[in-house]
Structures are given as C-alpha cells and as structure tokens.
Write a protein that binds this ligand. Sequence first.
Ligand code: SAM
Ligand code: FES
Length: 344
Amino acid sequence: MRDSPQVDDVLSLLQARGSARQALYERADALRRATMGEQVFLRGIVEFSNICANDCLYCGIRASNDGVRRYRMSEDEVLTVARRMDDWHQHTIVLQAGETDSSAGNDRLEALIGRIKAETPLSVTVSVGNRPRAVYARWRAAGMDRYLLRFETSDAELFARLHPACTLAERLACLRDLRDLGVQVGSGFMIGLPGETLETLARNILLCRDLDLDMIGIGPFIAHPATPLADAANAYADDPDMHFVALAALRIANPDAHIPATTAFDALFPSPSGRDLALQRGANVFMPNSTPGEYRRDYMLYPDKPCVDETGGMCAFCVAGRLEMLGRQIGAGPGHSLKSARQP
Ligand code: SAM
Ligand code: FES
C-alpha cells in the first residue's frame, strides 16, 4: 500500500478473504504493537443521561421511543463513580448522554466537568453530540480534555436519511470547532449501516485519516427493535467477520490513533468476546462500562448490549482478567493523544 492510502488501496484490504484476512489481522496487530505498544488504556464510560431530543433512526434511546424510562444522574452520583475510577485503573472518565442542547443542561455539564477536574485526577472526555462552538469553548475552559462525536458515515445522503435533525457538514463543523479549541478529538462510524457499500466503508476509513483524529471508535450497526430500522439488516450480515476486517484496515490507515475495542463488538460476537478479538486486530483502548447498575438497562442503544446486569466494580475486575489473558498491560497515566501537537 502507498504511504498515503487511497480508496482503491483500502478497498483491496477490505476484500481480503481466507488466509489473506488472517494476514491482515496480523499486520494490524503488529502495527498496533509498534506504534501504540502493549498497554491498553481504560476509559470508564458513565452514561449519565438517556434524555435525547434527537431521533437518529438507528438509536434505541431516540426521542420517539416511548418505551424508554428516562433518567439523568445527579452531579453527586457521577462524582461518586468518578472517585472510584482511579482505583479501577481508569484514568479517564467518558461522560456520555443523549443530545439535548438546553442552556440549563449545558450549564450543568460545565459545572460537572469543573468538579471532576477539581476533585479527582481524571482526564475528562465528553460525548453528548452537536453543540455550538461557544458551548464547547465553555466546557473546554472548565477542563474538558477530549470529545467523542462519530460522523457515523461519510456518505452525506445516507447521513441525512438517518439523522432528521443534522447534516454531515454540520457534524464535521463541530469536529473542526473542537480541534480549534485544543480539544483532543475522537470520531468514527458504524460498520454495516443499511445502505452502505464497501466503497462507503473505505471512504469512512479514509475520512478518519483525513480528519487526523486522536481517537477513532467504530462498531457494528445492530438493529434495535423499537426503531425505524428494526428490520434492516447489517450490510455485512452474511459475513460478520467484515467488522474485524474494517477494524484492521482502520489501524493500517491510522497507525498512531487510539482505537477502542468498542462495546458493540461484544454484542455481535459474544463468544469468543468480540472486544478481546478487536484488541488482537488493531485496537489499543478498552472502555469499561462504569454506569451504576440501576441505570444500565435504560441505556440500550441496541439489543444484547453486554454488562447490563453488572456494576462498575465488576466491569473493572473483568477487564483486568481479560487483559491478563491476552498478555497485555493496563495503561498507566491518562493515555493522551500520541500526536505531539495535541498533548496538553
Ligand atoms: N448523543 C451522543 C452522540 O450522538 O454522539 C452520544 C450517545 S450516542 C447513543 C453514541 C453512539 O452510539 C453513536 O455515535 C452511534 O454510533 C452509537 N449507536 C447508536 N445506536 C446504535 C445501534 N443501533 N447500533 C450500533 N451503534 C449505535
Ligand atoms: Fe439521541 Fe441516539 S438519538 S443518543
């Protein structure tokens, strides 16, 4: 492959079959080892609210799903979890929620970021969707280190069909604003959205490269029964291992980005665990669920989401065992971007 891969180069990786596929996994794993090392950084996710004003067609907590019991954790509840995370070797808290651009909610999140930074040693990643630049700037000033906002698909028409309230251009503008503000930026996409082609997948991977992302999260699209896409098949339903092929190609095109083994890999591949396989095929980050047990069943983005009956402590214990089995170490320190210009 050329130094700067083009669509045809990525397509040829994605077309690997049989022993060429195994060789692709091995190449991605060797590259991950060379660029990111053997440490696996843990970022604990706290799904602090499932209240959402959006109606993304694929999403289980979309506003129109009346079957969801809505919740919002209090500041003190989040802080209680945050104070335990260092003991769990989770040096980053990922604050994730639905998307509601209200001034009261934006103020609350600003105060929460400030308290976490003042009262714990954690790095703070936020993932709550599109906002005006001025709001991101306030969260940055409060101490936000990183932001996760997937572009979901690089196909602007497909994006528009799936997101009634947002365009791909608006999403990309948010990512630019965050970058300008000095925030470490994570984005990514779903693999196998209905309507995507192999060329879309190649372009998704190249868009990650072109955005020069610090972190890239990708995971399978899984149909949720209470959404308009309930009966839509994943584009790779006939060849599910394509999800790992996508991950390996992503690593090859983005050698020095943090790439998590995302939760949806475990939903699609329960045994052997998809997240463990992802860590052996290009990924170097793990995001244990640190949401208190009582809220987990209300944050079902897709069916068969793992760990809904566990607690934060159980997930922390489980991840340590997984990494030991894989011969990998838990990452020490915050695990900031490896891209030198972005380090705090
Ligand atoms: N509201 C924030 C946002 O939109 O970025 C964060 C929460 S949103 C639920 C987090 C991610 O969940 C989305 O970026 C999307 O890729 C993923 N997701 C939602 N529904 C999914 C599904 N049915 N299958 C797989 N992933 C899904
Ligand atoms: Fe709002 Fe998914 S539609 S978080």
